[in-house]
Design a binder for this molecule. Structure first.
Ligand SMILES: [Mn+2]
Length: 351
């Protein structure tokens, strides 16, 4: 039986501290946590690390694999989801990260299971597995158990936590690992615009000198498919401007993300106080709203304009509406155009 600071690890898994449910591991020092983690593994172990692949999870898996090198026989990183985001595909490709789709792996073939940046209750395919280690920063859900749990919901990224493990182990990350962790923290904290801890900042600063920031910039920039370029042409032809408001209807689009990219692009233009970009996807009209969010509320406008037809809402500066075409009048439905978008929105924009 593994012991953790003299306490048998199977005891009292999840405890509540100040309304944040956390795990006792999070109260211990980085060195104690590292030893608690290491104690679970031995030389003959075939280890499977599971992640829901996003930059923070991928980087954390690389770090865990590094922590276990020379300590176990073999480490495989598996993920169930298809990676759609081009930024993430670019990260995996450029850093040559060895990750495998879960359905190509026989998960029975392993001795030890690690779950990172997620919890067993998050996905049915995770729920089926008895994890030895769970390290995460999402709010804890206590319907599961593991031998070693380190959940710190107040952290901006699991990558920040993994840097602490690496530093406690005196392992200086390679450029590839540091770059992945740096990007993981950047994405999950949204460049530190989301709530995070000083600890995230310390890990980030530590990685700053090792990571290749030109690569990180390339990951961040890569969000366009070549096939999407033509929608810029459509948008530039369609865009109509009235009283500082830019409107463009793009017709059928391959994904709502295309509309987001075009709306964000038009939002770069000076004197456009509002940007509304719409398109058709899966028999729905999707409208993306952008504004500066200063004395304007995109979410409220989306709701006032489209709330009666379908789901609509969002933040001050960014919002979206998704309306089944059948809920719009037939006339609108058949020939929805930039002019229809203008007409619908103008009713609710008085100033
Ligand atoms: Mn995360």
């Amino acid at each position: 039986m593994a012991f953790f600071l003299g306490i048998p690890l199977r005891l009292n898994r999840l405890e509540k501290i100040d309304d944040v449910i956390t795990r006792s591991a999070s109260r211990n020092s980085a060195k104690d946590r590292l030893n608690g983690f290491w104690n679970l593994f031995d030389k003959e172990d075939e280890v499977l690390i599971l992640i829901n692949a996003d930059p923070d999870a991928i980087a954390s898996a690389m770090a865990a694999k590094r922590l276990l090198s020379y300590r176990v026989k073999n480490v495989t990183i598996g993920y169930p989801n298809e990676i759609h985001r081009l930024n993430n595909i670019e990260m995996v490709k450029r850093l040559k990260i060895p990750i495998e789709r879960l359905h190509t792996i026989k998960s029975k073939d392993f001795d030890k299971y690690i779950l990172l940046d997620s919890q067993p209750s998050h996905l049915p395919c995770f729920e089926k597995i008895d994890f030895h280690v769970v390290i995460d920063h999402h709010p804890v859900n206590d319907s599961w158990d593991a031998e070693f749990i380190d959940i710190r919901p107040e952290y901006g990224a699991v990558s920040s936590m993994m840097v602490e493990y690496l530093r406690a182990a005196n392992i200086v990350p390679s450029v590839a690992l540091a770059t992945a962790l740096f990007y993981g923290i950047k994405v999950d904290t949204q460049d530190f615009e989301k709530s995070s801890l000083l600890a995230d900042g310390i890990s980030f600063r530590y990685l700053f000198n090792i990571a290749n920031r030109n690569l990180v910039r390339k990951f961040e920039l890569t969000d366009l498919r070549r096939s999407e370029l033509k929608y810029f042409k459509v948008a530039l032809n369609e865009v109509k401007v009235s009283k500082g408001r830019a409107y463009a209807h793009l017709g059928r689009v391959p994904s709502p993300d295309t509309l987001v990219i075009i709306a964000d692009f038009l939002n770069h233009v000076d004197k456009f106080d509002w940007v509304l970009v719409s398109g058709l996807f899966n028999e729905k009209l999707i409208v993306i709203f952008r504004c500066d969010g200063y004395r304007k509320h995109a979410g409220k406008l989306a709701e006032k304009t489209f709330g009666k037809y379908g789901s609509a809402g969002g933040h001050k500066e960014a919002a979206r509406a998704e309306v089944p075409l059948k809920n719009l009048s037939l006339r609108e439905n058949q020939e929805f155009s930039t002019a229809s978008l203008m007409r619908l929105a103008t009713v609710h924009m008085t100033k």
